[in-house]
Design a protein around this ligand. Structure first.
Ligand code: F6R
Ligand code: MN
Length: 191
């Protein structure tokens, strides 16, 4: 017997109707942003909501898929745009497809073995294929919420610790009014 096969997106509310919602605040991203002073200054305020993920995990068999609707709010910590924590999949070879529905942004990808990094556009009408073994983080480079769907194998799992331990090598910051990917090491700030 099949489980429920279709759901309804409420893009204005930023949810998949009836699905549980995870909320991530600035305090959940301690250590993620390069500019520690800017992070501390913003943390001293009201601990803003950075993003929500509404997830459907209806089927868990071999070959099944899960999916989630993400809403990432606009803002910056120093020069760095609001972003997700980022993770590798616990099953490292599990890939994922991200589909941009609203707003402007990008994904930062980093190959776990080589460190090769890419900034791929993810906004309304853009699709990003996240290969296996790639740490991935979503970044809102616009002025309105970035809304996207991620579809991934049910057994992918999430490993937040491995990338958090060393952090992504690259950061996406605003330079001359545009997003630019630059080396974390090369930033001229106290980290
Ligand atoms: C699932 C996936 C997305 C993220 C979401 C939030 O594998 O990649 O649904 O979970 O973009 O990002 P994280 O999980 O890094 O907080
Ligand atoms: Mn993922």
């Amino acid at each position: 017997m099949w489980a429920e096969l279709s759901t309804c997106l409420d893009l204005d509310a930023g949810v998949i109707v009836g699905a549980p919602v995870v909320r991530r605040h600035l305090s959940d991203l301690a250590g993620c942003f390069a500019d520690r002073a800017a992070y501390a200054a913003l943390r001293a305020g009201e601990d803003p909501l950075l993003y929500t993920v509404s997830g459907v995990e209806a089927a868990d068999g071999a070959g099944d898929l899960h999916y989630g609707l993400g809403v990432l709010f606009p803002g910056r910590v120093g020069g760095e745009y609001f972003m997700t924590k980022g993770h590798l999949h616990a099953r490292r070879d599990a890939a994922e497809v991200y589909i941009g529905l609203r707003g402007e942004g990008c994904m930062l990808l980093e190959d776990e073995a080589t460190g090769e990094s890419r900034m791929e556009p993810l906004g309304q009408g853009r699709v990003v294929y996240v290969p296996g073994h790639a740490a991935h983080r979503t970044i809102n480079t616009g002025r309105v919420p970035l809304v996207y769907i991620g579809v991934y194998p049910a057994d992918a799992g999430h490993d937040y610790g491995a990338i958090a331990a060393k952090n992504f090598r690259m950061v996406v910051v605003e330079r001359d009014g545009k997003p630019a990917m630059v080396a974390r090491d090369g930033l001229n700030i106290q980290q």
